[in-house]
Design a protein around this ligand. Structure first.
Ligand SMILES: C[S@@+](CC[C@H](N)C(=O)[O-])C[C@H]1O[C@@H](n2cnc3c(N)ncnc32)[C@H](O)[C@@H]1O
Length: 205
């Protein structure tokens, strides 16, 4: 998917996202936020979308969100205003392939259901690592391609629909592995059917 296709797709998704894809993927998102709430400091959520996580973060954290879709961000901004979410310090319109933050800026950098959507995920994970502080964590929550079983067949069948769906159903996890300075500390699968995976990397330093 190129960036125009992403923009077009999420313009369509924005009005219905929370009650469709957002609802189905809630368990993994809650798991990731539960972990982040045990940490301290600043968090960058890359591809924050409609901001479904924003009300769930504990107020001791400082949350920054960014997304390339203005329509998705508008939904996130509406949540911040309506619910008075003072721990959300900034929401910005930006391309994750070129994050407009200095090196070593955030304690935690997280991308939920992002890497199978963005063009050039290899570039995005490197950018996430760059803006993470040494000793900080880069967290990824996503669905990754399976090699066998019924779900693998369904994933392959849905793969040509990427532009329509707004994500790649058969995303290969290896595309975001092996970033210099990022060490994988945890990989956990979640229901339904272990479809979603939470990856926790630590940046050296
Ligand atoms: C499936 S949604 C996930 C949204 C949110 N993280 C969640 O858990 O609900 C994927 C999001 O990634 C955003 N996105 C895709 N490509 C991007 C890019 N290059 N830079 C920033 N955001 C991007 C889309 O606009 C969309 O909001």
């Amino acid at each position: 998917m190129d960036i125009e296709a992403v923009d077009k797709s999420y313009k369509r998704w924005a009005p219905i996202y929370d009650n469709t894809f957002g609802r189905v993927t809630g368990a993994g998102r809650r798991r990731a936020v539960r972990y982040i709430n045990t940490r301290e400091g600043s968090v960058l959520e890359v591809g924050v979308g409609t901001g479904l996580t924003l009300p769930e973060y504990e107020p001791h954290l400082r949350i920054t969100g960014m997304d390339v879709s203005r329509e998705m961000l508008e939904k996130a901004r509406a949540k911040v205003t309506a619910q008075g979410l003072d721990h959300v310090v900034e929401l910005r319109d930006m391309d994750a392939r070129k994050l407009d933050y200095p090196d070593d800026s955030f304690d935690i950098v997280v991308g939920m259901y992002l890497v199978s959507v963005v063009p050039e995920p290899e570039k995005v994970i490197r950018e996430m690592a760059r803006v993470c502080k040494p000793g900080g964590e880069v967290l990824i929550l996503n669905h990754f391609k399976r090699e066998s079983g019924v779900l693998a067949v369904l994933e392959r069948g849905a793969a040509p629909l990427a532009n329509l769906l707004g994500w790649h159903s058969d995303f290969d996890r290896d595309r975001i592995m092996g970033v210099p300075g990022l060490e994988l500390e945890e990989s956990t699968n979640f229901p339904p059917f272990g479809m979603f995976t939470f990856l926790r990397f630590r940046k050296a330093g």
